[in-house]
Design a protein around this ligand. Structure first.
Ligand SMILES: [Fe+2]
Ligand SMILES: [Fe+2]
Length: 145
């Protein structure tokens, strides 16, 4: 039960530097929770919750400030994830480590698809507004033609 299944790699880069940095930290926090023993879970989940609240608030703020057209479902998804995290924080404080392990597995499954389907559109939008063009993502190991 010590295998880490969410790891940062260049396929998760979206080309918006601030978002990419926050996402890398997110992935590292999830990986630390995956590797953690039961008695280490509570402080890590608290750290993850604080980080993720700030991560989602940053993106929500970008979406509202720039009137990003498909913001409703993206903001709703952040709220749903945060609600689950907060529910698990309460249950973990009561000793329910199994529900916390379940949440970690859900986060591992959820994040890449959220990043590729919702965050990527926002990264493009923000970069486009900033520079007038789509971001250029250079992934290590790519052969550029
Ligand atoms: Fe994100
Ligand atoms: Fe997001």
């Amino acid at each position: 039960m010590t295998t880490t299944t969410l790891q940062w790699d260049d396929s998760l880069l979206l080309g918006e530097p601030q978002m990419d940095r926050v996402h890398q930290e997110f992935v590292e926090l999830v990986a630390r929770m995956e590797r953690a023993g039961d008695d280490e879970l509570a402080p890590l989940l608290e750290e993850f919750a604080t980080h993720t609240r700030a991560h989602f608030e940053m993106e929500n703020q970008w979406m509202t400030e720039t009137a990003f057209p498909p913001r409703e479902c993206h903001i709703d998804e952040h709220a749903a994830v945060m609600k689950s995290v907060d529910e698990v924080r309460v249950l973990l404080a009561q000793g329910n480590t199994a529900i916390c392990r379940g949440l970690i597995q859900e986060l591992v499954r959820w994040f890449p698809s959220h990043a590729h389907h919702l965050d990527s559109a926002l990264a493009h939008w923000v970069s486009k507004l900033r520079t007038g063009g789509k971001p250029v993502v250079i992934r290590r190991g790519l052969t550029l033609r």
